[in-house]
Design a binder for this molecule. Structure first.
Ligand code: AMP
Ligand code: MG
Length: 473
């Protein structure tokens, strides 16, 4: 075996109430399609032979030290509580500690049914697997906290979705952990206090060793979400399914399903075909993050000896989130217009630009990037809309010495645009991984000026616009 993963598992050492021991279901013809060498290096994973890698990252062969489990969790899906979800098609192989000292989960997604699969087949098809690979790696390159992608293996077996038979694939995903709000909810809903306490202790030790008790954990997890969501907003990211089972305690972006990036700026943008009410629209994401953390608060107060005092404290913690999000949002967006340290009035200056962009349907990414080169007005159908804002901005920048460098580090030149992702998936399904590899290569350096990849920065032509991304994952 030429694949070595230095497992050091802690979750699987918890009591059995937290998971089910499972084994991945072997697939017919595993074929390695992607392997993230730089990430493997951080994880101290060594792998040389593609055939061995295909076996390991499909689940056909268990690497030494793996202790595969499916994790139990519950969750609010679109606001409705589902008392039991769990990893229906994901299997945690174990954990490794990287060269950076950080412990991370190694998880297979699409590796066959588990006791939590309900009616599902436990599988994933190639499209969403490649989408998650490209988007999560692009997010990482942009500095947004996120799970990472280590490998893609095609299974050589079809999976059946609404669209018919599609090529199956397994994604190997890497996360600070897969503990979610829903992991706490399942034990709270069942009144299993001992388990809830054990989980809380585990989460604190793993993620926030300085936090004190359940309220300390809540405070830290809320702060992490309050830092994360403005980073999504600042790169135009729409998660698509911000259910409580998709909200990680670590503050990483997790569970890329029908996610997408804004092309034209419109705060009401929704991509997910299953989000009919617009609950998870771009502009709603801050409110939903607060709502999700309120669910974590509800789960954790039950651990506190004095319920009234705990409710008061938890309420104070959750109610502090909107202001934290606002100030982090202001910091992120001020940087996008060249202001490293915002002061009063800067949020309004940004808001004014965004309103003009929204009314003109200007391209989000390209408008901000063009501020650097001074041709942002070309991004507006009626450039006078920009002319009304520019002098106010220029006047403000007279007080700033590092405006250009600040904007260069805050405004990506390229993002994984939806139409490019769809194109890439269609090519891969036809056997051509060129577009996948090209996207990964370019998106690894999102803040560099584009030379020969300008086409990847172009917004979709009218016929290329992707109106929805599908959850038929
Ligand atoms: P998601 O929308 O991907 O976060 O998934 C929500 C829940 O449905 C989780 O419990 C998943 O494990 C489960 N699930 C999604 N797709 C499948 C599938 N194809 N087979 C089994 N379970 C699935
Ligand atoms: Mg999920």
């Amino acid at each position: 075996m030429t694949v070595s993963i230095p497992f050091d598992n802690s979750f699987a050492a918890l009591p059995p109430a937290f998971f089910s021991r499972v084994t991945p279901t072997p697939v017919k013809h595993p074929k390695l399609r992607a392997f993230n060498g730089p990430l493997a290096q951080i994880l101290r994973i060594t792998a040389t032979e593609a055939e061995d890698m295909a076996r390991v990252f499909s689940g056909n062969t268990l690497p030494d030290g793996a202790d595969p489990v499916a994790q139990l969790y519950a969750g609010h899906q679109f606001g409705n509580f589902n008392p039991q979800l769990g990893d229906g098609r994901a299997i945690l192989l174990g954990e490794v500690t990287g060269t950076d000292g950080q412990r991370r989960d190694i998880q297979l997604k699409g590796s066959g049914p588990t006791p939590y699969s309900r009616m599902g087949d436990g599988r994933a098809w190639l499209g969403p697997v490649l989408r998650e690979y490209v988007v999560s790696e692009a997010m990482a390159a942009m500095g947004v906290p996120t799970t990472r992608a280590l490998a893609v293996v095609e299974t050589g077996e079809p999976v059946y979705r609404e669209a018919g038979a599609l090529p199956g694939a397994v994604l190997t995903r890497v996360a600070a952990s897969h503990l979610r709000v829903g992991t706490f909810q399942v034990f709270a809903a069942r009144g299993q206090k001992a388990q809830l306490q054990r989980l809380t202790d585990y989460a604190i030790a793993r993620h926030y060793p300085d936090a004190e008790g359940p309220m300390g954990l809540l405070r830290a997890a809320c702060a992490a979400q309050a830092r994360l969501i403005p980073q999504w907003m600042a790169v135009g990211f729409i998660h698509g399914v911000m259910n409580t089972d998709n909200a990680a305690i670590s503050g990483e972006t997790i569970d890329y399903g029908p996610c997408a990036f804004l092309d034209t700026y419109d705060a009401e943008t929704v991509f997910s075909s299953i989000d009919r009410g617009g609950r998870y629209a771009y502009g709603n994401q801050p409110d939903i993050a607060v709502w999700n953390m309120a669910q974590l608060a509800s789960a954790l107060v039950g651990l506190m000896p004095d319920t009234d005092a705990a409710i008061a404290e938890a309420t104070e913690i959750v109610h502090a989130m909107p202001e934290m999000i606002r100030s982090e949002w202001t910091r992120r967006f001020a940087a996008k217009i060249g202001i490293p340290t915002p002061r009063d009035g800067d949020a309004a200056l940004v808001g004014d630009l965004l309103e003009r962009m929204q009314s003109q349907r200007a391209d989000f990414t390209n408008t901000f990037r063009a501020l650097i080169t001074g041709n942002a007005r070309d991004q507006f159908t009626d450039p006078t809309a920009f002319d009304g804002w520019e002098p106010l901005w220029r006047a403000r920048l007279e007080d700033e010495n590092h405006a250009l460098a600040t904007m260069r580090a805050a405004n990506p030149a390229v993002i994984p645009r939806n139409h490019r992702l769809e194109e890439m998936i269609a090519a891969a399904v036809a056997g051509d991984y060129g577009p996948f590899e090209r996207l990964n290569a370019v998106l690894a350096h999102p803040f560099e000026d584009l030379t020969d990849a300008r086409d990847l920065a172009s917004p979709p032509a009218p016929h290329e616009v992707v109106a929805a991304t599908f959850c038929g994952t």
